[in-house]
Design a protein around this ligand. Sequence first.
Ligand SMILES: NC(=O)c1ccc[n+]([C@@H]2O[C@H](COP(=O)([O-])OP(=O)(O)OC[C@H]3O[C@@H](n4cnc5c(N)ncnc54)[C@H](O)[C@@H]3O)[C@@H](O)[C@H]2O)c1
Length: 374
Amino acid sequence: MPENDKTKTPIGLAIVGCGRVGRIRGRCALEYPGTEWIGCCDIDEKKGKQLAEDLNADFFTTDYKELLKRSEVNSAVLATDENVHAETLFESIEHGHRIIAEKPLATNVVESAKIVKAAQDANIDLVVGYTQRFRRKWLVAREQVASGQLGDITSATTRAFLNRMVGITRLEANEDRSLLTPMVISGTHALDVILWVLGEGKKPTEIYARSVAKALTGLGTQDSTYSIFTFEDGTLWSMSCSWGLPVVWPASTYSLEIGIVGTGGVLTIDDTHRDMVMATEKPWVAHRGDERHVNFLASYPPGDISRGQFWGPMREETNSWLARIYAGVDTPHCTAEEGHRNLMLTMACDLSAKMEAPLALPIEPEVLQSELTK
Ligand SMILES: NC(=O)c1ccc[n+]([C@@H]2O[C@H](COP(=O)([O-])OP(=O)(O)OC[C@H]3O[C@@H](n4cnc5c(N)ncnc54)[C@H](O)[C@@H]3O)[C@@H](O)[C@H]2O)c1
């Protein structure tokens, strides 16, 4: 973890993956006073060149290795499709860059364990994009739990409902979808934020999960996975995640309902976005062309565009990361170790569901990976 000191390290930034996330983070970097150099890379040359032009970037290539080895680069935003995360991470670590990588850390737990080890060995500051940590709601919740206001936490419940557009978009972007489940791709956000709010002391010792596949089988994924986690101290957490909701469901991505029960109190969090409902005669068109007459506004988790600028948690997260790498500011980013833990636990849910039996934890990455891919 960086120290707060007065040393400033000018940023030479590589952006690998010039899609939605690369664009948001790139724009923040462009406006950040510590940024001296920006290079962009995307295998989609048209899309990548467009971002490079919009950011007035110093360099563009379709080959991430060519970008990451440039002498100007000392930091990397890795925002490609899920199955490419691991290879771009290994390459960035080898060159000694400070990294913000998108979730999931990898799509293979043996590889994600190796990524963590490689980053530790090379003393690389590697953080993972779990953007929800940068929302006031979760920051306040974590403070209250940590202060002991609720007493000892004994149980928690999370209901994550997602518009099926999320699954369709993420799965269409990846050829190999075999391990891209609702938990690995999307439930991971809810899992990270709950474990972060509950604090480091809560260690899961068992997962019992069940999945169902019907509406999204054509995409090669499940509709829903429902799990019960048991922790070392007996705490129970029920986590239900469905990304099978219809495309006309008014939330862009996530609707979350949370309850955290302690010996001295309870904390409920309504993160369903029903506080801002827009209903219109003229349909509103989502990014894939799906039409909706009713919309929960401000429900796209990274944030929204206003006045041509991007506002929301991903801006907070990116600016905070830029301050971390430029000025050594301490930040609440998800670490590489936590990113690996999140992948392990989401895949453990998938394995328990596959076995239709409880799964004892911890489990070795090699065992988890081989049982899941059998
Ligand atoms: N932190 C969050 O809240 C959050 C939100 C949305 C998406 N994500 C994650 O961010 C990642 C990117 O999502 P997105 O919405 O920006 O996707 P996107 O499809 O808009 O962009 C991904 C880009 O990566 C490019 N790409 C693929 N392989 C590449 C390679 N080998 N080299 C260079 N570029 C390559 C694609 O051409 C595409 O332009 C995903 O892993 C997704 O799960 C995180």
